[in-house]
Write a protein that binds this ligand. Structure first.
Ligand code: IPD
Ligand code: CA
Ligand code: CA
Length: 579
């Protein structure tokens, strides 16, 4: 989950431990001032009565790690991101201190926090079927007579391979989050938990010194068979059963990840570890952090624009900053699009589909425009979904939150998000993101185009019969009928923004569209031009970008060498066109 998505939060559900009244009062004031809804429930109570899955919800826990764990049980299955405010004592999980509450929340609703995905563990067996964020422990049942045998023997299989017999106090299967708990005291390694999706199996008080912790993937199925009675605990007792001899349990990674919100007010992981474990491998104070690192230490995907001193100055900085924000906004908007696309695929009834498509447009648009507004309040924004605020002289953003609606509505993966920035009315920065393939096309005018950070360029093919063309909307089908036989093919893909990116990256040699709206092509235009494409109108005149919302223009983009041959046909055909 992308932190930028949290910029559209409209509801907070807080799980509150006893003695947190002061913090709750401050939270209520903060939410009220910003028009954000707030519901509070006591730790241990259900949130069903207050949670509305149609509202963009942030989960907050106010308490210590116990309350945070209750939050995980509540929020993770609903895919609700969670921020922990620590009013407890020792806390590894809830890492925002009460005095930073308002500042941390402001960062979250400005979309400037990050969201870590945390692996959970799933356990199934007799009388147990649950998940945990920390660990599953299988231990001996303490004997009535303290001098009796206190060990347990467990046979362990990883998928179908026999690992061996573990003899000792028992076993802990922990997540990276749980690696700082029981398994640490049993000499297990510490896992950096952010976006780390492994599980580890750590023997407890083993009688075989050579037996070491084992790290497995979340897909690995650990099968544990008891050779005598054993006690099974999940997350320190949130689930507990006594197993009989010969019973079998299965442990794997859980399907649902937990989403933990991290702000710059968090105690960082290794700082927390150093303080709490008394490590002396570094001083308690951190050296200065690198500017690209986030609260969780994760580095965001680089759009590949390197700072060029030649290009320096305020404009270059603004464009680079704009490109980073556009990338983050597009990736965040891609999440609800992917989720809703999954629903559209499984729906046969048309009316439901159009509801989903409308919702997809709306959610993506809201995320993108909110993120841009937060970062660049003085810039104009024109979006297909909400035309407004055009700045003739300054910077204006042009957004198509979902290009390729027809494809989206049919469950077809060819759709994209297009975000461009205009300077003085002309596109100078473009980002096109393809949610289903996670491809990211970016460019700043005059500074090259990239796909996923790698430079791209158009083809240099000069003979039509070796070329592959794309046709956008072409009412009389003449482009297709003219070139279908003369080329290796004419494709009709359904997203004008993406068509230009395919031209830019060389997977097509040309693209034609009878009429385009500014938001269909603003970003793709920067990307295609920066990749070396020739872009003209149907007469061969340089394409003039015009962002009057009711103005549509024909666009012919090619690799350059093929342009004359393509124009020849369009020009011949011109008088017949109703333009
Ligand atoms: C449409 C797509 C399509 C193009 C149309 C556009 P939308 O945009 O880009 O490929 O042929 O002209 O309107 O409606 O899906 O955002
Ligand atoms: Ca469009
Ligand atoms: Ca659209």
């Amino acid at each position: 989950m992308q932190g930028r998505r949290l910029a559209t939060t409209d509801e907070i559900v807080a799980i509150v431990s006893p003695d947190s009244d002061d913090v709750v009062t401050r939270l209520a004031t903060w939410a009220d001032d910003r028009g954000i809804g707030l519901s509070t429930v006591d730790v241990g109570d259900d949130i069903d009565d207050v949670y509305d899955e149609n509202r963009a919800t942030l989960g907050v826990t106010i308490g210590g790690d116990g309350t945070f764990l209750e939050g995980i049980k509540t929020f993770a299955p609903r895919n609700v991101p969670q921020l922990g405010v620590n009013t407890g004592t020792l806390s590894f999980l809830a890492r925002v201190e009460p005095e930073d509450l308002e500042a941390a929340l402001d960062e979250v609703i400005h979309g400037r926090a990050t969201v870590d995905s945390r692996q959970q563990v799933a356990v199934r067996g007799p009388r147990v079927d649950t998940t945990g964020i920390n660990d599953v422990m299988i231990e001996h049942v303490p004997p009535e007579n303290p001098t009796d045998r206190k060990i347990t023997r467990l046979d362990v299989y990883a998928d179908d391979e026999y690992v061996g017999e573990f003899e000792g106090t028992g076993l802990a299967v922990s997540t990276p989050t749980g690696s700082t708990g029981v398994s640490l005291s049993a000499n297990g390694p510490i896992h950096y938990p952010a976006n780390n999706h492994t599980l580890q199996l750590v023997p407890l008080h083993t009688h075989q010194l050579g037996v070491r912790p084992i790290v497995v993937s979340p897909e690995t199925e650990l099968r544990i068979v008891t050779r005598g009675p054993a006690s099974l605990l999940v997350d320190g007792g949130r689930a507990h059963v006594i197993l009989e001899a010969g019973e079998e349990i299965l442990v794997t990674g859980a399907d649902k990840l937990a989403h933990i919100v991290r702000t710059s007010y968090d105690d960082h992981f290794f700082t927390a570890i150093s303080r709490k474990l008394g490590w002396d491998i570094r001083g308690v104070d951190e050296p200065a952090r690198s500017p690209t690192s986030t609260a969780s230490g994760a580095v965001t995907r680089s759009a590949g624009v390197s700072a060029d001193p030649q290009d320096g100055g305020e404009d270059a900085d603004t464009l680079e900053h704009a490109l980073t924000i556009a990338t983050e906004a597009a990736e965040a908007a891609g999440e609800p699009l992917r989720e809703l696309h999954g629903q559209v695929e499984s729906i046969a009834v048309k009316s439901n589909k159009s509801d989903i498509v409308t919702e997809a447009d709306h959610q993506a648009n809201r995320i993108i425009t909110t993120v841009i507004d937060n970062e660049f309040p003085d810039h104009g924004i024109v979006s297909e979904e909400q035309p407004r605020r055009i700045l003739e002289d300054g910077y204006t953003w042009v957004v198509d939150p979902l290009d390729g609606t027809g494809n989206f509505a049919h469950g077809n993966p060819n759709y994209s998000i297009s975000i461009a920035l205009l300077e003085g009315g002309q596109p100078v920065m473009g980002v096109v993101y393809v949610p289903e393939t996670d491809e990211l096309f970016t460019a700043i005018a005059g500074r090259g185009a990239r796909r996923d950070g790698e430079p791209i360029g158009t083809t240099d093919r000069d003979s039509l019969d070796e070329s592959m063309l794309i046709s956008g909307y072409d009412p009389d089908g003449s482009f297709l009928s003219q070139f279908y036989q003369e080329t290796r093919g004419v494709r009709r893909l359904g997203s004008a923004a993406l068509n230009l990116c395919y031209l830019a990256s060389g997977s097509a040699d040309a693209t034609w569209e009878y009429d385009t709206y500014p938001w269909d092509i603003a970003a793709g235009l920067v990307i295609a031009r920066a990749a070396g494409a020739t872009i003209t109108d149907e007469r061969g005149e340089p394409f003039v970008f015009n962002f009057e919302t009711d103005n549509r223009s024909a666009l012919l983009g090619s690799n350059g060498p093929l342009h004359p041959a393509l124009l020849e046909h369009l020009e011949t055909d011109l008088p017949e066109r109703d333009r």
